[in-house]
Ligand binder design. Structure first.
Ligand code: 9D3
Length: 265
């Protein structure tokens, strides 16, 4: 995979390229990542990359000429690559999209700053606009790094294969189970006994149940109809049965309800 990231902060992208899994992916040849400095393509004396918006208003807009020149330069190096603009107005980036991009051989990622880029750049050059979520960043660089990170870890040979294969069938529509390492007790909190039992199938079922319960409580939106395999449905049903038994116990089964105003959630 060949990435070109167009930015006025190439040092941000370079730090990302030179750390962790990304660095290993580059060293192994699975990835190339070029940070292209948009300012290098600004031909005026002050290397200006922004200007005031037509129609007035606060904030600045990225000038089209340096951006177009930088995109042309990136296209010359990566002629097959789609030009992606990171933008708050973009389509929400998700795991299925990461898989699609991982099947490509290259991507050109344009990182906007200020209030955004001149619309004619989007019209003329941009194949897709992507957002990474409903929160406000100061520019597209962090979003571009999120996209490159998500795509890179899907490339063959980048992760330990055990992880990548499992994550693909599992990761996007299910929260992970809790993880523990030594010591067996930390600040009064023990590691769940089953994880120290050595019973591999009980451990597998505990993890599966934990993952399902966490998903149900924290992200019920992920558990659409038909999302559960038979075993998963059975594990949840067993918990549901357990809860029903406690509710129907004479005199209750849990702690007494606290006196409240009826407004508790
Ligand atoms: C005043 C209106 N704002 C638009 C919501 C202006 C504005 C905010 C933030 C213009 C640009 C930006 C910079 N953000 C990005 O470039 C960006 C982004 C983001 O802010 N959130 C989530 N995904 C992305 S992708 C690029």
């Amino acid at each position: 995979m060949h990435f070109a990231a167009l930015t006025i902060f190439p040092e941000l992208i370079a730090a990302f390229r030179d750390s962790g899994i990304m660095r290993r992916a580059v060293e192994s040849g699975a990835v190339t990542l070029q940070a292209i400095n948009i300012r290098d393509y600004a031909l005026d004396r002050h290397h200006t990359t922004d200007d005031r918006p037509y129609g007035g208003g606060c904030g600045m807009v990225m000038k089209p000429e340096p951006l177009a020149a930088a995109i042309r330069a990136a296209k010359a190096k990566l002629p097959e690559a789609p030009v992606i603009l990171l933008s708050p107005q973009g389509e929400r980036f998700d795991q299925p999209m990461a898989r699609q991009f991982a099947a490509h051989q290259a991507m050109i990622l344009v990182c906007g700053r200020y209030e955004g880029v001149d619309e004619r750049i989007s019209e003329q050059w941009v194949e897709a606009e992507l957002s990474i979520g409903d929160f406000v960043l100061t520019g597209g660089e962090v979003a571009a790094m999120a996209v490159m990170d998500a795509v890179t870890r899907l490339l063959p040979g980048v992760l330990g294969n055990a992880d990548s294969a499992e994550q693909d069938s599992f990761g996007a529509n299910r929260l992970d189970c809790a993880h523990y390492t030594r010591p067996p007790e930390f600040e009064g909190r023990p590691v769940p006994g089953v994880l120290q039992s050595g019973h591999h199938d009980r451990i597998r079922r505990w993890r599966l149940t934990d993952a399902l319960m966490r998903t149900l409580v924290r992200r019920p939106d992920l558990l659409h109809q038909g999302a559960l395999k038979n075993e998963e449905a059975a594990l949840l049903r067993a918990w549901y049965g357990e809860i029903e038994r406690i509710i129907q116990m004479p005199g209750g089964g849990g702690p007494d309800p606290s006196p409240g105003d009826g407004q508790e959630r």
